[in-house]
Design a protein around this ligand. Structure first.
Ligand SMILES: [Fe+2]
Length: 425
């Protein structure tokens, strides 16, 4: 499989593979544990999938791409699930329409737990028994299956936040986070020389196919802001009529503002002159120092224009991040919300918010999607979407790297997108 083959030395340490797999499966179930069965069925918009569907779909992925082809004598749990839980793989066959996932009251949550247990046990069996000749191929697919389930762990939280935000009771996914109100350091600028650089994945370790091939890019000198844009700064844009002034907006963005009557980021709420923000810990007063989050690419771009700056290009962001440790406020830190920056230098590059870039999600030079269904994973979405970098507060730790390319349509707001400013050097 081209996603990782040839890049990863797949040592045949079966206990280590089993441990990674089990940690991942347990984490998905732990993320669903605070939810009621009723919470897990709701689909609040076509882009949001019910928690129950995520739990079943990642299980279908293991079953379809590993167990069916590689585990001798494997019994498919329920052949009907291929139709229900295939997300977008045309090569696998027809499927239940995405906007109607919330209509699937059956199979119930308990049945999906049984499906998960069946597949988890079978995958453990596969890891223990696959012969040496097939081990590298299986290990490569396990890497992909783990990265895939981690993506859905993030989606479980993104999506349940949107579900709960529609409920007038404003339920909290979990009890309020400890308050760590603190002032952010002032926004400074870090200079980069540019020149002929290389971006894209290289070396050992898993990467998605869309992160390569590594290739050369020419960059003019540029500057990056040392931290994300904070709520207080974004509030100044709102107060200055940012959402009513077409001069800051891309044409499609201005259409989106008016069609949906956007007046502030997705989860902001106004009560007189007081603002609050819906979080996974419920409704909270807007923290002026925490990064603004849940803005679309259009809003990020408009804010940057209002501020007299621009968004970073993908290659600028990547070259700035490439020597930094992949550390930050991720899912495993438990805040589940971006926090105010601390410290000196380039902060918050990883974790907190996915950072919108000005770069369209397009293939790198020489990119070829792998053959077969697995080639549909990333390549076929390379149209009409923008690249986001760095991971966010609900991204599992260890999931991202500097070369990681997330992508969403420019109007998407529920995906924990935030803003880092850039300017020409
Ligand atoms: Fe998926």
């Amino acid at each position: 499989m081209a996603l990782a083959a040839g890049r990863t030395a797949h040592a045949e340490n079966r206990d280590a593979w089993r441990a990674r797999f089990m940690d991942c499966r347990v984490r998905s179930e732990a993320l669903a544990a605070p939810l009621l069965p009723e919470d897990m069925v709701v689909q609040s918009m076509p882009d949001v999938s019910p928690t129950k569907w995520h739990l079943a779909h990642v299980t279908w992925f293991w079953e379809t791409f590993l167990l069916a082809p590689y585990l001798a004598g494997y019994r498919i749990f329920d052949p009907a699930y291929n139709h229900l839980f295939n997300s977008y793989y045309e090569a696998i066959g027809p499927r239940h329409p995405r906007p109607a996932r919330g209509l699937l009251s059956r199979p119930g949550v308990a049945e999906i737990a049984r499906y998960r247990a069946h597949v988890t046990a079978a995958l453990e069996r596969l890891i223990a028994t696959v012969d040496a000749a097939h081990f590298a191929a299986v290990a490569s697919l396990i890497d992909l299956g783990l990265a895939h389930e981690e993506q859905h762990q993030e989606l479980i939280l993104m999506d349940i936040k949107h579900v709960f935000a529609q409920n007038p009771l404003k339920p909290a996914y979990r009890s309020p986070a400890p308050k760590t109100a603190r002032a952010a350091p002032s926004l400074e600028w870090q200079n980069f020389a540019g020149g002929l650089i290389e971006i894209g994945h290289e070396g050992a370790g898993f990467a998605f196919d869309n992160e390569g091939p590594r290739h050369k890019v020419w960059l003019e000198p540029f500057r990056l802001a040392t931290r994300l844009v904070a709520n207080g700064e974004y509030l100044a844009f709102v107060a200055d009529g940012g959402y009513r002034r077409p001069e800051f907006w891309l044409s499609d963005g201005w259409t989106a503002v008016n069609a949906a009557d956007w007046q502030a980021p997705l989860y902001w709420q106004r009560d007189g002159d007081r603002w609050s923000e819906f979080t996974l810990s419920g409704l909270a007063p807007l923290d002026p120092f925490a990064p603004v989050v849940h803005v679309s690419h259009y809003e990020a771009d408009a804010f940057a224009r209002w501020a007299g700056r621009r968004l970073p290009a993908e290659a600028e962001w990547e070259i700035a991040a490439t020597e930094l440790p992949v550390e930050g406020n991720f899912l495993d830190d438990g805040a589940l919300h971006p926090r105010a920056a601390t410290g000196e230098g380039l902060a918050q590059m990883f974790g907190d918010c996915w950072e919108w870039t000005q770069s369209a999600y397009a293939p790198y030079p020489g990119f070829r999607a792998p053959a077969g269904a697995i080639g549909e994973y990333n390549g076929k979405f390379m149209s009409g979407q923008m690249v986001l970098k760095g991971g966010c507060a609900v991204t599992p730790s260890g999931h991202v790297r500097a070369s990681y390319r997330n992508f969403f349509p420019p109007a998407a707001r529920w995906c924990f997108g935030g803003i880092r400013l850039a300017e020409d050097g």
